[in-house]
Design a protein around this ligand. Structure first.
Ligand code: F6R
Length: 242
């Protein structure tokens, strides 16, 4: 795994957006999986601006969802789907046939997970994943202690994830007990994985991700097991590294 440290959030976001564009220019039919959350907001804004300014063709790309809050409707502000639609798909006029997201309202969520894994397989695997990292080290909704062998699955969310999620994403109280997420196997099998983190609050998280023993007790350590991964952080997030 490569580690790249940037001066600030702006520099990190610019570099991350350029990385996504580089992947697409190298492979115009790339299968991309892009996380939601606060960390990549500026990355996606810069990505969208550049795609439009340079008129880059995304019509052969496929977009795969990373995760979703079980039971939260897609149109609700705070859902991952709402985020991706508004920040990426609508501004870039991505066709719905190119987008494959978890249906968090599916009556059979196990079948829904199988459906997503089947799509990934049919598309020949994920070429590029951009992930954030939770305060508990989660990647997607792969919470501490998750089975490393899992592909898409439903998971009981950690107390931290529920509390942070409620506060950060939803203005009204919501019932967010479970998440539906790609698993660490989907992550490890992705051709290339980038994790981004910024700000002082992520400093202890990045320290653990980089220095703790690799294992799912702190899922972000799995980054170091990936065959082709890059950790991109700003100076604040890197401030506790040895
Ligand atoms: C979101 C996701 C989460 C976030 C993580 C960090 O799709 O998968 O794992 O990446 O919770 O969130 P932020 O970036 O808001 O700190």
């Amino acid at each position: 795994m490569e580690l790249k440290i940037f001066k600030d959030y702006e520099a990190l976001s610019l570099a991350a957006s350029e990385e996504i564009i580089r992947v697409i220019k190298t492979n115009p039919a790339a299968v991309l999986c892009l996380a939601t959350g606060q960390s990549p907001v500026l990355t996606y804004q810069l990505f969208v601006e550049k795609i439009i300014a340079e008129n880059i063709d995304l019509s052969r790309c496929t977009f795969i969802g990373l995760d979703e809050w079980v039971g939260i409707p897609p149109e609700m502000e705070g859902s991952c789907q709402h985020f991706l639609q508004n920040k990426i798909f609508k501004p870039l006029q991505i066709k719905s046939s190119q987008i494959h997201l978890f249906n968090a309202l599916a009556t059979d969520v196990t079948e829904e997970c199988k459906r997503m894994d089947r799509i990934i397989e049919e598309k020949g695997g994920i070429d590029f994943m951009l992930v954030g990292v939770g305060m508990n080290g989660h990647i997607g909704f792969n919470e501490p202690g998750v089975d490393i062998n899992k592909y898409a699955h439903v998971i009981e969310l950690d107390e931290t994830t529920k509390a942070v999620g409620q506060k950060k994403y939803f203005d009204k109280p919501v019932n967010i007990g479970k998440g539906i997420t790609l698993g660490l196997q989907n992550f490890l099998e992705a051709g290339y994985a980038v994790m981004i983190a910024n700000g002082n609050k992520k400093a202890p998280v990045i320290k653990k991700a980089m220095e703790e023993e690799i294992g799912t007790q702190f899922p972000a350590t799995i980054m170091r097991m990936h065959k082709n991964s890059m950790m991109m952080v700003d100076e604040e997030a890197a401030s506790l590294l040895d």
